[in-house]
Design a protein around this ligand. Sequence first.
Ligand code: GAL
Length: 642
Amino acid sequence: MQEAGVNLVSLGIFSWSRLQPGPNEFDFEWLDRVMHLLNEGGIKVDLATATASPPPWLTHQHPEMLPTLADGARLWPGARQHYCPSSPVYREAARSLVERLSARYKDHPALVMWHVGNEYGCHVAACYCDVSAIDFRTWLRARYGSLEELNRAWGTDFWSQRYSDWEEILPPRQAPTWPNPGQCLDFLRFSSDALLACYEIERTVLSRVTPGIPITTNFMRFFKPLDYWKWAVQEDIVSDDVYQDPSEPEASSLESAMAGDLMRSLGQGRPWILLEQTTSRVNWRPVNVPKRPGQMRLWSFQAVAHGADGVMFFQWRQSRSGAEKFHSAMVPHGPVESWPAWREVVQLGAELGRLDALCGSRVPAEVAIVFDWESWWALEQPSKPSANVRALEQARAYYEHLYRANISADFAHPEADLKAYKLVLVPNLYLVSDAAAAGLAAYVSGGGRLVMSYFSGIVDPADQIRLGGYPAPFVELLGLRVEDFAPLAVGETIPVRFEAGQVATGQIWSELIRPAGAEVLARFEAGPLKGEPAVLRHTFGSGVAHYIGTTLDSIAMGALLEQARMEAGVTSVAALPPGVEAVRRQGDSGSFLFLLNHQDAEVEVEAAPGLDALTGERIEGGRLRLPAYGVAIIKEDLAEGQ
Ligand code: GAL
């Protein structure tokens, strides 16, 4: 570990059955020994609470704590995460283990962070059992107060679903056809909250016993079942697990950039930790392609560029047995010295050790992308005009252009204060609260620039249509009204002609838009909507809002966003050849420019003068060579007055 520069170890994540072999039996001696060894070696510990995989004796005694699927099937123990999030038995057993663990190690010199659970919801994000039903009702009572309110919110007169007693309410179990959408949406909210309650139970113990030790739980990028906006505020440090697919390097690089920006945004700009990645192969794809030499280092520094202050791995030693024995690790099954990935691990460890000055610095962003879990959940429920409008794809269709142009972006909750941003992008906000709608309008009228796509502002938080003409809460802001939706068939495209003459294509969606003050920038060129507006621009107060009524092809979308960002005065970190990413972090100890070559070939780039933070050498400006998958971190010379 010392050779690899390891200074922090996540320890004991799946060790419950070892720590507590029976209801009243505990064995901490082995953990004492490991903690001691690490401490002696100068290595700190991110100690896991070990609650992600309940031991066999617990589920044997309490089979009622096992999770149940929507169709009533109960999941058996034998893998991991086999617990119902609402189970009082699970919650109490977890709490009591955490009491013991924290009491034992609270003063241990190696302890510097707590790792609560593990990837909450990764295998079991919701449970439909009777215990969950009771918990769901309690949650609903707190939300609605009365049954009348619940009936109103869920629109239960439709299909004769009116409830006359709380006891009649169930999780949305497998039914003949679509369960009530309000019920489904609330169940998603409840399920995220039920897991959050499990996390909170442990966090409460830890913050009482070790008030100074920061607490994290590892996120999974854009993980749909958990509303990370709600989770992140309960964490001292946001952390994430990223497993790129080396067989799709370009998409992987883009997605990890996007995930990095999300993690930073979830922590309100604070540095986060890349808690899990792997040196080479995973074991859970149908085919597990290894990382190419250099890719692990590149993707590690990419996380740092996007705001991570720590880079960790799953796992230290590749296991000999168990379900993950073909998953790569820092130490392989075979000889370590001859394994190229080990040399890369050692190099990375040494390099990260030289970057202390970077810690605590931030990634300045002038653009925000509005992203919301509740809207994501509601949008992707069945029975919509088109099942092909997907929240993450919509966000990605915007994000990719910023990424390629080296423009840093934050993600923002729809109700966030957006004043600091020069440009706000709303790829899709199907569900919108009154507060969010008012906030977006106030942002634009106060001088902000906004770009919004179709099927936004359609429903309220109860998933009820906002009446008065679509998109009701944005009609004034956008200066238009949508009279009807005309989704496109799979594979169908529609030509879109811009006023300046260029012809683009739209896919997934089209709609009949009536301008009411907005200027038309492009029109549909064929089909029943021929001649009708497709892209519009509206001056609202002292700001400007763009509206896009289809999914434009990538070139047209890029051009539109380029135009919007020029008008908004948004700057790019650097203009570089395709496949080379530039990100800037800034802090008290200076400004650091990351240049990341995602290509399998050497490139030459323009470089500003500064100090190479990895080698300590001076870069005098001019041309800089970046090898395939190469990385440069330049501590930039600041001009007078900067
Ligand atoms: C994560 C998990 C680890 C390990 C890893 C394999 O989901 O937290 O325990 O299973 O994936 O890629």
